[in-house]
Write a protein that binds this ligand. Sequence first.
Ligand code: TRP
Length: 345
Amino acid sequence: MSKPVILTGLRANNDLTIGNYFGAILPMIEMAERRAGEFQINMFVPDLHSFTTPIDHDRLLEQILQAGRMFVAAGLPLDHDDINLYRQSYVPAHSELTWILDCFTGVGEMGRMIEYKDKSAKLGDDRVSVGLFKYPILMAADILLYGAIYVPVGEDQRQHLEYARDISERMNTHFGELFTVPLPLEKQTEFFGKGQALRIMDLADPSKKMSKSDESGKGVIFLADNPDEAAKKIMSATTDDKASVNYNPIEQPGISNLLQILALLRGHPIDDVEAAYKGQSSYGDFKRMVADEVAGFLTAFQVKLADVDDNAVISAFERSEKIANEQANATLLKVQQAVGLRPRD
Ligand code: TRP
């Protein structure tokens, strides 16, 4: 593990949105292309995390492969020595380290995690799995096994990243230098730039973030959406009665969100896109144009996705899993030695 490690996971569930694409997948791939050589880049499919809430298990295998295809369709190079693409469950050390970290983590500490608090408040403790409760511990193991210092995650994962820092520092205090502590959040934001904080808002309710778990899905564009359906969602996006296109997320959140989406689709700065449409009074025409671009983007992405060679993805998985197992097992052994499960050399 000589090069510093950047690591991120992409959920296996088939529900990724354009928010995930522009906020997480694309920046990570651009980073991988730009910085590989200098960094080791680990992108993985957290398949063990995918059934902390109930899923259709007959579809899981396909969804894991689909997550791999998504990375490739978004442009991840598969032939670079510094870029690893692997499946979490193919590296058993993730599960083993999780158990050890479990035993140094307080029940109260996990109980304070917002994701768990929200779900248990809604459903009651008996309908929330222990897996969901412990989710952040597995996530910490994902990070610490490879000594990752940079972990680009969205707003909703910040608390989990904080926990990964806490538990690694706690173990280091207890047992000596075991883990590389991931960098604090401010350092991560500095490194990844503003794009990290980028948020695409819900089309129906632009006061909240576009989220895959939105119940109606009306305000959410999924990467798997039929392009015509997605265009309709844009056409019915909530706007305002000002009849003037401006980028002003506070006063005109709906229109600003459409400008933001347009800027991302075109890969142009928001200021340029605003300048091109500023003051336009027909929201119908403006929406039609954004709708066409969204439909065009989805069509092109879905063609790329369908063209990805499954065998190439599977061989990339297998090649990377060899490397990942070696690195992860080396870290796990150090921990096992420290806690007294294995003799020290
Ligand atoms: N929890 C992340 C999400 O829902 C996925 C994830 C799992 C992850 N393990 C990780 C992200 C480790 C970064 C690092 O998006």
